[in-house]
Design a protein around this ligand. Sequence first.
Ligand code: FES
Ligand SMILES: [Fe+2]
Length: 340
Amino acid sequence: MGDALDNYWYAVATADAIGSDPTRVELRDQGYVIWRTPDGCITAAPDRCSHREARLSDGSVENGCLRCPYHGWSFGDQGQCVDVPSSGPGAAIPPGAHLTALPLDERYGLIWLCPGDPVGPVPAIGVDDDPAFTRLNTRMQTWDCAATRMIDNMLDVAHFPYTHAGTFGREQEQVVPKFSLTQLDDTFYGYEYSIVINNEGDAKTMSGGGGDVIGLDMSTGFALPFSVRSTMSYENGIEQVLFMTAAPMTTGIGVQPPRSMFTFVLWRNDDVSDTGQGIVDFELEVALEDQRMLESLSGELSLQHGALVDVVSDRASVEWRRRFSALIDNSESYVPSAAS
Ligand code: FES
Ligand SMILES: [Fe+2]
């Protein structure tokens, strides 16, 4: 049985990871197979053959069709069963043999999957259409933590001086100035702020140079359920858009600890032909600092009123929790605490 979260898009793979071999992805306790035909068509379906429930991701793509490894049934790019070898050529295909193909989108170098009926499109990133910007991708990662905790972290500035002391965090910048929440554009809701960060070593690849301490203007906002966009404007005119997205592999209902997929996409308005890999590597280092912290926390982020202590700098997270709770129709409706 699906729920409200099934009707959203989740980035489950990088586009370049989906080739001629069928790939299994796990999303919210369900396995899905994704395959690409030689003419470039990508299809996703539950990773369970309609015949005896074999994993289709263990099969192969032959003659433009996905072939099950167990008895060789074949499926076309709409999920339709086109061949049951044991019945002989031309035999009728049982109606129940067809797979249900899932809504799929390829955008920003990522494969997006929706297990239900999408309530809207994949989060819109305006600069993706801007020829002044170049896109940089990185691999899909698996983090042993809840997507709810990842979003809380991505919306949070107060952890920079501590969690990110090894990359850009500056211990002198502990106080988070009061900010207001606003609709940043049609997609993202969040806040705008200015920060001072350490700009030493590898950080200079990202900032394009400058002193060892620099200021920049940023905005950070979320799109439900699990995406965050941070924009950075440096004084030298460099602009970077960092899009981070998480997808829960588990539902949090089972006994297993939560596990999530994570990736980010960058857009830059400078020439990244020489620096692109260095910039991605720096952001990977930053992400690893967050990952280490979040993997030391157990379980889901609590959505219950009073379960967490919130302060002023947590306002964006509080608002995300309020909207997320409404989205999943939490029976115990979430009421923000101190952070107003
Ligand atoms: S289980 Fe797939 S063909 Fe039999
Ligand atoms: Fe962080």
